[in-house]
Design a protein around this ligand. Structure first.
Ligand SMILES: NC(=O)c1ccc[n+]([C@@H]2O[C@H](COP(=O)([O-])OP(=O)(O)OC[C@H]3O[C@@H](n4cnc5c(N)ncnc54)[C@H](OP(=O)(O)O)[C@@H]3O)[C@@H](O)[C@H]2O)c1
Length: 286
C-alpha cells in the first residue's frame, strides 16, 4: 500500500463527485459525515434499489438517489461500494467504470483481486469500518495495493474519516486481523459490560443499578483513556493500589490468563474473517 506518511489528507470540500452503490446504514453514516464536514450535497449521488430506503435518503439528506447503479455512477470520480458482501457480485454486473475511477469498498471480505477483475483500470481500496461509524465514532482500517495513487488513497482516507478515525494496514491479509480487533471489538465491549453487570448483580446489587454502574464505568474509563496522555497500562497501575480491591480483582483475571483468552478469541475471529472471504470467492461469481 502507499505509506500512510505519504498521504496528504484532502479537505472534504475538495472531494470530487462521490457515488454510493447501496444506500443502507453504512452509506448513510458516511453521507451524514461528509455533509456535516461541508461536502456540497450536489457532489453526492446514491444508487439505492429499495424505493422506500431511497426516499428516506432523499428526505434526510436532500441528495440525488436513483434506483439504477449505472445511472448513478456515470461521471463519478469516486465510487463507494456499500452493498452487503453477498450482494456485491450482482451489483458489479450493473455498471462499468472509467479507468482511473477511485473505488472504495466497505464490504467485509470481498478482496481487491475480485474488484480488479470486474473494474479494470480503477484504483481499488478496501475499507473495514466498524459499527460505531454509524455514530461517526468508528475506526476504519484501509488497505490499498502498492501501486495505488496517493490521490486515490487521500480520497479514501478523507471519505472514511467522515465516519471516525482511519488507519492503514500494509497487507490485505491484515484486514482480517484488524477485523478481529476493531470490527468485532464493539461486541467484546458489549460482552464485557454484560459480564460486569451480571457479576455486580451476583454480589447482591439491584440489577438496574448494576447495569447503570457497568455501562457508565466503561464509558467513563474509555473517555479517561482517550483524554489522558498516559498509556492505558499506566492508567491501570494508577488505579491499582498495592493490597487494594482492584489489585485483588486483577489478580483473579490474570490467574485465568485473560491475555491468552483474548488472543485465542482474536485468532478465531481472524481465521473466520479469512474463511468468509474464501467462501465469498467460491460461492458468488466474484
Ligand atoms: N453496518 C455496519 O456497521 C458495517 C460495519 C462494517 C462494514 N460494513 C459493510 O458495509 C456494507 C453495507 O452494510 P450496511 O449495514 O449498510 O447494509 P444495508 O443497510 O443492508 O445496506 C445495503 C443497501 O444496499 C442496497 N443494494 C444492494 N444491492 C444494490 C444494488 N445492486 N443497487 C442498489 N442498491 C443495492 C440494499 O438494498 P436491499 O434492501 O434491496 O437489499 C441495501 O439497502 C456491507 O458490505 C458491510 O460488510 C457495515
Amino acid at each position: 500500500m502507499t505509506a500512510a506518511a505519504d498521504i496528504t489528507p484532502l479537505e472534504v470540500t475538495a472531494l470530487p463527485t462521490v457515488c454510493f452503490v447501496g444506500g443502507g446504514h453504512m452509506a448513510a453514516s458516511l453521507i451524514g459525515g461528509l455533509l456535516a464536514a461541508g461536502l456540497d450535497r450536489g457532489r453526492i449521488r446514491v444508487a439505492q434499489r429499495n424505493a422506500e430506503r431511497a426516499q428516506a435518503l432523499r428526505l434526510r439528506f436532500e441528495i440525488e438517489v436513483v434506483a439504477d447503479a449505472a445511472t448513478a455512477v456515470s461521471g463519478a470520480a469516486i465510487v463507494v461500494l456499500a452493498v452487503k458482501p453477498q450482494q456485491m457480485a450482482q451489483a458489479l454486473t450493473q455498471f462499468k467504470l472509467a479507468a482511473g475511477t477511485t473505488v472504495i469498498s466497505v464490504a467485509a471480505g470481498v478482496r481487491v483481486a475480485s474488484f480488479a477483475r470486474r473494474l479494470p483500470g480503477c484504483s481499488i481500496i478496501r475499507a473495514m469500518p466498524n459499527t460505531p461509524a454509524l455514530l461517526r465514532a468508528g475506526i476504519s482500517g484501509l488497505y490499498a495495493p502498492a501501486d495505488t495513487s496517493a490521490t486515490a488513497c487521500a480520497q479514501a482516507q478523507t471519505l472514511l474519516a467522515a465516519a471516525g478515525e482511519v488507519c492503514w494496514v500494509d497487507s490485505e491479509a491484515q484486514l482480517d486481523a484488524l477485523t478481529a480487533v476493531s470490527g468485532c471489538g464493539p461486541a467484546y465491549y458489549f460482552k464485557l459490560t454484560e459480564v460486569l453487570r451480571a457479576a455486580g448483580t451476583a454480589l447482591g446489587l439491584d440489577a438496574a443499578v448494576s447495569a447503570r454502574l457497568a455501562l457508565q464505568t466503561f464509558i467513563g474509563a474509555a473517555r479517561m483513556a482517550q483524554a489522558a496522555s498516559e498509556d492505558v497500562a499506566v492508567l491501570r497501575q494508577q488505579v491499582t493500589s498495592k493490597g487494594g480491591a482492584t489489585e485483588a480483582a486483577l489478580a483473579v483475571l490474570e490467574s485465568a490468563d485473560l491475555s491468552r483468552i483474548f488472543e485465542d478469541a482474536l485468532r478465531a475471529a481472524e481465521q473466520r474473517s479469512r474463511e468468509r472471504g474464501d467462501d465469498l470467492e467460491r460461492s458468488t461469481s466474484l
